[in-house]
Write a protein that binds this ligand. Structure first.
Ligand code: GDP
Length: 421
């Protein structure tokens, strides 16, 4: 519970709370509105501003189950508390300067993470990796603005205006950094959302079996999601620590939706969106031209299914990764190949350079790149116009970090939070 009245409200449920030591879990009895005790739990007080939200904050831990939590909520509501809206705690932390907007987003990403690599990236962003990078960039641009201002104010100075080369170098240096960050957007978004891996192949090639085999051990992490197409099964999972959305479009019934004339089952729409195709061709069967065509169209791995049916000697020279969903043979190798194709060498990613993980970041940084490009031809021509463009780039960076946060940006960031964080 957070807010100015938090201690007073909590004291009605936990008498004597005001005297409890700060930032220490204290065992206490919880009382209903009529004074009857209903549970024995732990209470921790955090004084503003030393709390997650920056406000007075109380954490109450009751026993689990149905009754005690319900009674605790009822008692707190009766004492004057109200339920938090989604993301409200983090929103307050942001408004009180505890977090910037990127860090607030990272809290949401950490909560939503299903794969270890996602968690790691979110934690890095929570620690301020991307924020620091953008703040440094903003600082560089502000220095450039100062040089431009000098040019504007004292164009006829004896020692001459700021050398043009110096302005050019600064501008192109900043533009290069913006471009480098922009280049991280595809990987960053893929890491946050999970890479889309689509199974394709002829009927009975073993797609559904492979789908289940790949999900097998991580089934507990899987959330079944309604696909965009009827009868499409899509499951969020992880492959060697990396987030993947696996899609099996085999059950398609609408002829227009599948590549039926080619005899290959996969939704056209899914092929277009796929980060990686797993083309299933039975071991021992030569891939047909249309199957080859699909391999060339998107990043793809050729999977030789039902490998257990063909003696090793016969499939030794075969292209692709032999896999048996039945025996499990080759699944590890396939997983490794998938992780490698989708996310590159794990060692490179382990460094986890700050990345742009959302469309919001990409759009703003693209705007900054455009503004800096527009400033270039104005150098040495019109310092006022050049400064105008550089200022626009600064504004774009500030919007990403949240140094300026119009309500609509906040609304969009927090609407997807779970209640209570
Ligand atoms: P889909 O139509 O491409 O989804 O193919 P299914 O996964 O439904 O498999 C078609 C048939 O091949 C089923 O009878 C499966 O039991 C069989 N099958 C799939 N994978 C394997 C495998 O690895 N080994 C063997 N022996 N049979 C398999």
């Amino acid at each position: 519970m957070s807010g100015r009245g938090a201690f007073g409200v909590a004291a009605q449920v936990v008498p004597g709370l005001e005297a409890f030591p700060e930032r220490t879990a204290v065992r206490a009895r919880f009382h209903a509105a009529d004074g009857t005790p209903f549970d024995d739990g732990l209470v921790t007080r955090y004084h503003a501003p030393r709390s997650y939200t920056g406000e007075d904050l109380v954490e109450l831990s009751c026993h689990g189950g149905l009754l005690a939590p319900a009674q605790l909520l009822a008692a707190l509501h009766a004492a004057g508390a109200r339920p938090a809206t989604p993301g409200e705690f983090t929103r307050r932390a942001l408004l009180n300067g505890k977090l910037d907007l990127l860090q607030a987003e990272a809290v949401g990403d950490l909560i939503d993470a299903t794969a270890p690599a996602q968690g790691k990236a979110a934690l890095h962003q929570l620690e301020g990796g991307l924020s620091q990078r953008l703040l440094a960039l903003r600082e560089e641009l502000l220095e450039l603005l100062a040089l431009l201002a000098y040019d504007i104010d004292f164009p006829e100075e004896d020692d001459g205006p700021v050398p043009l080369e110096r302005l050019r170098d600064r501008l192109s240096g900043a533009a290069t950094k913006v471009d480098r960050l922009l280049a991280t957007a595809p990987a960053g978004q893929r890491l946050r959302d999970g890479a889309l891996v689509v199974l394709a192949g002829r009927p009975n090639a073993g797609k559904s079996s492979l789908f289940n085999a790949l999900l097998g051990i991580s089934r507990s992490l899987v959330t079944e999601m309604p696909g965009t197409t009827r009868d499409t099964v899509e499951a969020a999972s992880e492959v060697n620590g990396w987030p993947v959305r696996l899609a099996d479009t085999a059950g398609l019934r609408e002829a227009g939706e599948r590549l039926e004339r080619l005899g290959i089952e996969v939704s056209r729409r899914y092929v277009g969106a796929a980060d990686l195709l797993l083309l299933c061709v039975e071991a021992g069967r030569f891939p047909a031209p249309e199957e080859r065509g699909l391999l060339d169209e998107r990043p793809a791995l050729l999977v030789r299914t039902k490998a257990d049916l063909v003696p090793v000697a016969e499939r030794e020279s075969e292209e692709g990764i032999p896999v048996s969903s039945l025996s499990g043979e080759g699944l590890d190798r396939l997983r490794e190949a998938m992780a490698d194709r989708l996310f590159g060498s794990p060692a490179g990613f382990a460094e986890l350079e700050p990345m742009l993980t959302r469309e919001r970041h990409r759009v703003a940084l693209a705007g900054a790149a455009e503004a800096l490009a527009a400033a270039v031809p104005q150098l040495g021509q019109d310092a006022v116009l050049a400064a105008h463009h550089v200022r626009a780039a600064v504004g774009a960076l500030e919007a990403v970090i949240g140094l300026v946060h119009p309500d609509e940006v906040l609304g969009r960031v927090f609407e997807r939070f779970c209640v209570g964080k």
